[in-house]
Design a protein around this ligand. Structure first.
Ligand SMILES: *[C@@H]1O[C@H](CO)[C@@H](O)[C@H](O)[C@H]1NC(C)=O
Ligand SMILES: *[C@@H]1O[C@H](CO)[C@@H](O)[C@H](O)[C@H]1NC(C)=O
Length: 357
């Protein structure tokens, strides 16, 4: 498991770089855990000993990631995010963690990031100058490169530029960061998974995991892993859904159908048969009426045109029998209110008969 660190962008530089980011990392979307959405800036360890940003929280989580199957499922990074710092630097001007909340490992932290063994840095953009972001993020990235240590570089500038109405230069983001226009090494990041927290129902949790898989987004959980209910853990560790997210082709999917508050999202995935891809297909309902809504659509109407057809597997229902469908067949599903039915449609090849049912 890798320890990582998130820092907040406070200084901005002026050096622009045009070279593409090539740190050899994040060839599939990064997976891990980050404290922010669940633990924010809780620093009161007297009243909230289990929730405060402290070494206890990170060691406990690291252990649970290993013992509860998350590491095996692919989640490897632990990201600290904000509120770990002491308000003062050390005598040599280096950043240091708050000594009351990071005691045992203080020594480990009292050295530079690189010596800490940091594998992932998220640079947030709040309270910084939007105009300077393009150059500042690029400059920080060039310093990371100069360290010689491969470090995943997650940049939040598109979010801050977009919410302020600025046009985001995604080409620049992709050249400096491990995020931006999607492909191996640079992924669009709609942010943390809240599955297992308070806000999402069981069905809504399935939607989040499915859409993050379709979008080839980093899977960064921000939730309490201790006493996680079985059904939420099953969503977070769903092998079929994670395989879609981590598909080696690295093509981002998109919404291709929307009607009566039902959307269909598809993503081309491997294996490719001739010119035809296999697909992940998520049928998402935002309806709030109280019954599973019937949806029926011909495959060719959602772009699935492989003449030899597809085998459809329901990724959230391992008991369901796979179905074989041709481009003119109807795909039928019943979708729960604010819920999803999520398939992997493997393209069939007549020269590959074992795939036939
Ligand atoms: C630094 O950038 C060069 C040129 O893109 C690349 O080949 C090298 O792997 C990078 N090194 C690190 C540590 O990211
Ligand atoms: C799939 O087939 C339909 C019907 O023949 C056609 O309208 C559509 O453009 C095709 N889609 C793709 C992606 O080739």
């Amino acid at each position: 498991m890798r320890m990582m660190l998130s820092i907040w962008l406070v200084t901005l530089g002026f050096l622009a770089t045009t070279s593409a980011l090539d740190n050899g990392l994040a060839l599939t979307p990064p997976m891990g855990w980050l404290s922010w959405e669940r633990y924010r800036c809780i620093t009161d360890c007297v009243n909230f000993p289990d929730e405060c940003i402290s070494e206890n929280l990170f060691f406990r989580t690291a252990k649970l990631m290993a013992t509860e199957g998350y590491l095996e499922a692919g989640y490897e990074y632990i990201i600290i995010d904000d509120c770990w710092l002491s308000k003062e630097r050390d005598s040599e001007g280096r950043l240091q963690p708050d000594p009351d909340r990071f005691q045992v490992e203080l020594k480990l932290f009292q050295i530079m990031y690189i010596q800490w063994g940091v594998d992932y840095i998220k640079v947030d953009g709040c309270n910084s100058n939007l105009e300077d972001m393009n150059t500042g993020y690029a400059e920080f990235g060039s310093y990371l490169n100069k360290t010689g240590r491969p470090i995943v570089y997650s940049c939040s500038l598109p979010f801050y530029q977009e919410i302020s109405g600025m046009k985001v230069n995604y080409e620049l983001v992709k050249n400096s960061c491990n995020c931006g226009a999607t492909g191996p090494g640079h992924w669009n990041d709609p942010d943390m998974l809240l599955i297992g927290n308070y806000g999402l129902s069981y069905d809504q949790s399935k939607i989040q995991m499915a859409i993050w898989a379709i979008l080839a987004s980093p899977l960064i959980m921000s939730t309490e892993l201790r006493d996680m209910k079985r059904e939420y853990k099953d969503i977070l560790q769903n092998k079929g859904v994670i395989a879609v997210n981590q598909d080696p082709l690295g093509i981002q999917g998109k919404k291709i159908y929307s009607k009566d508050d039902v959307q269909i999202w598809t993503r081309p995935v491997s294996p490719k048969v001739g010119d035809e891809y296999s697909y992940a297909v998520a049928i998402v309902s935002w309806r709030t009426d109280g019954y599973p809504y019937p949806v029926s659509v011909a495959l060719q109407d959602i772009g699935l045109n492989n003449t030899n057809g597809y085998v459809f597997e329901d990724l959230y229902d391992s008991q369901a029998t796979p179905q074989m469908l041709s481009p003119d067949s109807e795909l039928n599903a019943r979708v729960n209110p604010t819920g999803v039915v999520f398939f992997r449609a493997t393209a069939l090849d007549t020269s590959n008969p074992q795939l036939h049912l």
